[in-house]
Design a protein around this ligand. Sequence first.
Ligand SMILES: Cc1cc2nc3c(=O)[nH]c(=O)nc-3n(C[C@H](O)[C@H](O)[C@H](O)COP(=O)(O)O)c2cc1C
Length: 184
Amino acid sequence: MVNGSPHERGCVYTALEEIAGTLASEGVHGDIFWIGNKPISSCVDCGKCAETGRCAFNDRVNNFLAVAGEYDGFIFASPVHFAAATGGLTAFMGRAFFADLHSGQNRFALKPAAAVVSARRSGATATLDQINKFFLWGHMPIVSSRYWNMVYNDHRKAKTNVFAAKQHVWRQMIQGSFARCSLQ
Ligand SMILES: Cc1cc2nc3c(=O)[nH]c(=O)nc-3n(C[C@H](O)[C@H](O)[C@H](O)COP(=O)(O)O)c2cc1C
């Protein structure tokens, strides 16, 4: 689970913790990877990743790529910033997915994925669309919800967050789609 917020333990983290608890109750271990709060460059299309499988910019993207192949499914989560995913998460996912595709390492392809967003007021569905496009591009089956994968609140009131997607969605994720897919 990737926390795309500049806050290590804000609203997005609270939502991911809730998901982690549900996954754990079903016997599935999940880790939370925080992208950090340092500036993250977008892809500059230098092409180095095709040779190395890593990004030429050695930052949190490479930390993530180093472990991503070990996981069977992914949740990418973002606060809504200006009715969109954070610039940091957008740049992070762009570089991670591009480096993976162009090096043929297939850390993501055919593994189930879901997006989760946290907003104060509006822009949540646009942000879900934005994150889901990475999964569509990346050959990843998207785990749907019975409603919308979004939480509402300000990080100062994180404890009052209500996770709109019901827990059974995550059970479906575990029981239905989380079986490891093979590329062979
Ligand atoms: C720069 C910035 C832009 C934001 N833009 C929006 C917005 O367009 N719509 C919205 O509902 N909330 C917006 N917010 C509020 C956050 O989405 C909200 O507080 C979120 O729950 C914070 O999650 P976090 O604690 O994990 O960072 C914005 C916050 C910041 C810092």
